[in-house]
Design a protein around this ligand. Structure first.
Ligand SMILES: Nc1ncnc2c1ncn2[C@@H]1O[C@H](COP(=O)(O)OP(=O)(O)OP(=O)(O)O)[C@@H](O)[C@H]1O
Ligand SMILES: [Zn+2]
Ligand SMILES: [Zn+2]
Length: 801
C-alpha cells in the first residue's frame, strides 16, 4: 500500500506540513508527485484540494487511521520537482503558508473553485425542488438557481437524508483541441504506384506526408496554408493511410507579423558584457550579474544575444520585466528575434491564453519566456539564463502573500539550473548596487549610449516662481521647447507623475476634503465617469458641486489629471496632435499597443501619460521629454522616496535622443535643490548611489539593515492596537538587543475598507531569533484570526503605505 503526502488547501500553520493519505488501489498507477487531488478533510470530511508532494510505501502508520484520496484533479503533474522544492523554501523565506506558495506558482485558471453539488436520494415531496435536483447524478448548482427558501429547505432535507450536498472542486481550465491527421504509410513508393497519375491532389498529399511522416498535422492549417485538398484527406483516411487525431490548440495572443530581426554588431562595452555572461552560461555557473547601463546603452541587445547562447546550448531562457514595461515594443523585439519559440505571460491575457502559454512552456514548446513577476515560476525544465530587466522596479516585490521578491526566486532557480542571473538597470536598486560593490554580484557597467549620442541635456525649472507668475501647468521654458520641436516635426513625451498623488476635492471656505467613508484617503476625481472614486476600495459617488460640510460653492479640485493637462495643452497648442496614455485610455485590451503604434508611426506629436510611459519606450524621433511635476513622490513616508523619484526621472529622461538626434529634457519641480533632482540633471547614478548610501547608513535603513514589516489589522481599532503592543512586548523579550523595533504606529493610510492597520518595523543585521519569533507570532495568531484579527509579515517591504 502507498501513502501520499499532501499539502491541503487550508491556510494554517498546521497544514504547512504535509498530511498523509492512503492512495486507493485504482489510483496507484496514475498518481504522481506534483498532481492536485481532492481529499476529505477535518471532522466533516469536507472535500478540499491538495497538492501531492511525495509518495511513499506505507511503513509504520496504521492504515485504519488514514483517510483515502477521493480523486485526482490533474492528468499530469502541474508542478514539477523543482517547483515543489521551491515552494518549501519560499514558504520559509516569506513567512507564507506553503499552500499559498504552491497556488501562486499555478496560472490563475488552474486555481480551484469550489462548487456545491447536490443529489436526491429519493423523489422529493416538494415538486419544484424535485424538478431541480436530479437523481443519483450529482449536479453542480449555482446558488442563483435556488431561492433562499429552497436553499434552507435543502439543508433541512440533507439533515433528514433526503438529499446529499457535497463540495466539489471545479476546474475551469480547459484546453482547446483541433482536428489533426497523422501519417500511417511506411512504403511511400508503393502507395505512389497505387495512385492514378492524374490524381494530383492525392500526389500532393502523399508528398506532404512523406516530408512529415511522424508529425500530427493540423487539418485546418494544411488545407489553408499548404494547399492540401480536403477530398484527398478523406480518400486517404478511407484507405487507412492516415489516422485522424486531435492536438491541443494554443491560442496565440500575439499574432502580429514577425519581422525577422538579426543580432546587431556590438559596441565594445556590449561585447565585453555578452562575453562574460556567455562564459557563465557555458560553464553552467550560477552567478549573478548586475548590468548598470545608462539609458539607451543597449542592454536589451545584450540580453538577446545571451539568450541566443543559451538556446544554442539546448537550454531555455527566462526574461522578466516589470508589468508596465511589458510593452508591445519590448515583446516584439524578443519575438522578432526568436519567433514562435517565445511565450509571453502578462496580465492582459485572458485566462485561456495564459493557460495555453503555460502549457506551451510546460510541454517544452516555448524556449524563451517573457513575463512579469509571476512568470518567474514558469515551468521551464532546463534554464540557461534568467534576466531581470529594470531590476530596481518595485513591482518585482509581491505585495500580498507570499510576499516574495522576484530577484530572490530568480537566484534560487539559477542555483537549481546552474545558470547565471542577469540584473539590468540604468538605476539599480541600492541593495543590488551595494552587493555588486562587495563582489557578491558581478558588476558590469555600460557608460555610453550605443549610437555615441550624448545623454540628453536636462534642464530644471523652478515651479515655485512659475506658479507665482501664472498658476499654469506649463512653464514658459517647456512650452517654448514643445513649440520648437513641433515646427521641426520631432516628437515630445510628457509625463505627469502620479505617484502618491491624486486630484482631490477641497472646500476653499472651510477646508473640507472629500474623503472615502471606508478608508483614510481622499477620493480621486474621474472625469470620464464624472465621479469621485476611492482607489483602495472602489467606493464611488457623484462629483459634488457644493461643499458637503458648509454648503459653499467655492470648491477647488487640487492636483491635475492627465485629462486636464490634455485639455489645457489643446487650448494652448491647437495644432498639436496629442495622444494620452493612462489607466483610463489603456483599459481596453490592445489599447496600449494601439497608442504606441500610432505614436511610433508619427500620427501624433505629443505622447502625454503617467509613469506608464517612463519605461522601455524606444522611439528615435523623440527629442524632448517634459516632466510636469517631478516631486509628488518626494514627501511620501517611505525611506525609498528619493530613490524612486531619481529612478523614475532618470528613466523618463532616457526616452529622449535615443537615435541620431540629440535629446533634451525639461523637469518642472517645486524642489529644485533636492539632491535627487539635481543628480537627475547630471544623470549621475553613481553619485546618487553614494549620497543615498550615506543617508541610509545614518538612518539605519536598507541596504545597511534588513527590514521586516509586521502589520496587524482588524475592523476594531482597539483590537489591532492592543495586539500590536502585545507583539511588541513579546519581540522585546526575544530579539537581540542590537535589533531595532519601531512602532507600533498606525499605518500612513491607517484605515482601508474599514479595517484598521498598525505596523511594527523591525530593523536588524543578524538576528537568529527573529525567524522563529515571527513564526511563533503567526502560529499563536491563528485563534485570533477567527475574531477578525489579521497579521501580515513582510520581509524587505517596498510599500510602507
Ligand atoms: N550594437 C548595436 N548597434 C546598433 N543599434 C543598437 C545596438 N544595440 C542596441 N541598439 C539599438 O539601440 C537602441 C537602444 O537600445 P536598448 O533599448 O536595448 O537600450 P537599453 O539600455 O535597454 O535602454 P533603456 O534602459 O533606456 O530602456 C535600440 O533601438 C536598439 O535596437
Ligand atoms: Zn475606500
Ligand atoms: Zn466647506
Amino acid at each position: 500500500m502507498q501513502i501520499a503526502n499532501i499539502i491541503v488547501d487550508v491556510p494554517t500553520m498546521q497544514t504547512n506540513s504535509p498530511y498523509s493519505y492512503l492512495v486507493p488501489k485504482d489510483l496507484q498507477s496514475s498518481l504522481s508527485k506534483g498532481m492536485r487531488v481532492v481529499v476529505p478533510f477535518g471532522k466533516g470530511n469536507r472535500k478540499i484540494e491538495g497538492f501531492v508532494v511525495g509518495i511513499e510505501p506505507l511503513t509504520n502508520q496504521d492504515p485504519a487511521k488514514l483517510k483515502e484520496i477521493s480523486s485526482i484533479m490533474d492528468f499530469e503533474p502541474v508542478l514539477d520537482e523543482e517547483l515543489l522544492d521551491l515552494s518549501k523554501w519560499l514558504a520559509d523565506k516569506t513567512y507564507a503558508f506553503r499552500i499559498s506558495c504552491l497556488l501562486t506558482m499555478l496560472p490563475n485558471v488552474m486555481k480551484a473553485k469550489y462548487a456545491k453539488a447536490v443529489k436526491k436520494n429519493h423523489p422529493l415531496t416538494n415538486q419544484a425542488l424535485n424538478q431541480k435536483v436530479s437523481d443519483n447524478l450529482m449536479t453542480l448548482f449555482d446558488d442563483k438557481h435556488f431561492t433562499e427558501k429552497e436553499l434552507n429547505q435543502l439543508i433541512l432535507m440533507q439533515k433528514k437524508g433526503d438529499v446529499e450536498i457535497e463540495y466539489v472542486v471545479k476546474n475551469e481550465a480547459k484546453s482547446k483541441v483541433e482536428l489533426a491527421i497523422q501519417n500511417q504509410i511506411n512504403d511511400f513508393s508503393g502507395v505512389r504506384k497505387h495512385l492514378k497519375t492524374n490524381a494530383s491532389a492525392q500526389h500532393h498529399l502523399l508528398d506532404f506526408l512523406e516530408k512529415h511522416p511522424k508529425e500530427k498535422l493540423v487539418q485546418k492549417k494544411i488545407i489553408e496554408k499548404d494547399g492540401i485538398s480536403p477530398s484527398a484527406i478523406k480518400a486517404f483516411f478511407n484507405k487507412g493511410w492516415i489516422n485522424k487525431t486531435q492536438v491541443e490548440k494554443y491560442r496565440n495572443p500575439y499574432n502580429h507579423k514577425l519581422v525577422r530581426d538579426h543580432p546587431k554588431r556590438l559596441t565594445p562595452e556590449q561585447e565585453k558584457a555578452v562575453l562574460e555572461i556567455d562564459q557563465a552560461i557555458k560553464k553552467k555557473k550560477p552567478e549573478t550579474f548586475l548590468i548598470e547601463g545608462v539609458t539607451g546603452s543597449g542592454k536589451t541587445e545584450i540580453y538577446l544575444q545571451n539568450i541566443q547562447t543559451a538556446l544554442n546550448d539546448g537550454r531555455q531562457a527566462l526574461m522578466l520585466v516589470p508589468e508596465i514595461a511589458l510593452t508591445p515594443q519590448m515583446v516584439n523585439r524578443v519575438k522578432n528575434r526568436f519567433g514562435n519559440q517565445v511565450a509571453i505571460i502578462h496580465s492582459g491575457l485572458s485566462n485561456g491564453e495564459r493557460y495555453d502559454e503555460w502549457r506551451r512552456i510546460r510541454d517544452g514548446n516555448a524556449k524563451v519566456v517573457v513575463g512579469a513577476r509571476s512568470a518567474v515560476f514558469a515551468p521551464l525544465q532546463n534554464i540557461g539564463i534568467i534576466i531581470l530587466d529594470e531590476e530596481h522596479d518595485t513591482s518585482y516585490k509581491q505585495d500580498e502573500n507570499p510576499r516574495y521578491h522576484t530577484r530572490d526566486v530568480a537566484i534560487w532557480r539559477s542555483k537549481y539550473h546552474h545558470c547565471p542571473v542577469v540584473l539590468g538597470s540604468a538605476t539599480p536598486s541600492l541593495e543590488s548596487r551595494a552587493r555588486a560593490g562587495k563582489g557578491v554580484y558581478h558588476f558590469i557597467r555600460l557608460t555610453k549610449r550605443v549610437n555615441q549620442q550624448q545623454l540628453p541635456e536636462v534642464e530644471i525649472v523652478d515651479m515655485t516662481k512659475e506658479v507665482a507668475k501664472s498658476g499654469d501647468i506649463f512653464s514658459e521654458e517647456l512650452l517654448q521647447a514643445i513649440n520648437e520641436k513641433l515646427t521641426k516635426h520631432e516628437q515630445v513625451v510628457l509625463m505627469l507623475n502620479r505617484r502618491g498623488f491624486s486630484s482631490f476635492m477641497m472646500c476653499r471656505d472651510c477646508g473640507y476634503v472629500l474623503m472615502c467613508p471606508n478608508c483614510d484617503i481622499s477620493l480621486t476625481m474621474h472625469l470620464d465617469s464624472h465621479t469621485m472614486k476611492c482607489h483602495y476600495c472602489g467606493f464611488e459617488e457623484p462629483i459634488p458641486n457644493v461643499c458637503p460640510k458648509c454648503h459653499s460653492h467655492n470648491i477647488r479640485y487640487f492636483g491635475t489629471g492627465t485629462e486636464k493637462v490634455e485639455q489645457e495643452l489643446a487650448k494652448i497648442l491647437p495644432q498639436a496632435r496629442i495622444l494620452r496614455m493612462d489607466v483610463d485610455t489603456t483599459k481596453r485590451k490592445g489599447a496600449h499597443e494601439r497608442i504606441l503604434n500610432e505614436f511610433g508611426e508619427q500620427k501624433a506629436d505629443i505622447l502625454l501619460g503617467t509613469q506608464m510611459i517612463a519605461k522601455g519606450l524606444d522611439f528615435p524621433n523623440v527629442t524632448l521629454v517634459g516632466v510636469l511635476n517631478a516631486d509628488t513622490g518626494l514627501d511620501l513616508p517611505d525611506f525609498r522616496a528619493s530613490e524612486r523619484t531619481f529612478d523614475l526621472l532618470t528613466q523618463v529622461a532616457g526616452r529622449a535622443g535615443r537615435a541620431d538626434k540629440a535629446g533634451k529634457v525639461i523637469i518642472q519641480t517645486f524642489n529644485p535643490e533636492h539632491y535627487a533632482i539635481q543628480l537627475v540633471k547630471k544623470q549621475d547614478y553613481e553619485t546618487f548611489y553614494k549620497k543615498e548610501m550615506k543617508l541610509r547608513h545614518l538612518a539605519g535603513y536598507a541596504p545597511y539593515y534588513f527590514t521586516v514589516k509586521l502589520t496587524v489589522s482588524s475592523t476594531k481599532e482597539q483590537q489591532a492596537a492592543g495586539k500590536s503592543y502585545e507583539i511588541l512586548k513579546y519581540l522585546k523579550t526575544q530579539l537581540s538587543h542590537k535589533t531595532m523595533i519601531l512602532g507600533p504606529t498606525p499605518r500612513p493610510i491607517a484605515r482601508i475598507k474599514n479595517r484598521y492597520y498598525y505596523q511594527i518595523i523591525i530593523k536588524y543585521k543578524v538576528d537568529k531569533k527573529l525567524s522563529p519569533a515571527l513564526k511563533q507570532i503567526l502560529q499563536s495568531s491563528q485563534q485570533e484570526a477567527r475574531k477578525g484579527l489579521r497579521i501580515a509579515i513582510d520581509s524587505e517591504p517596498v510599500n510602507f503605505m
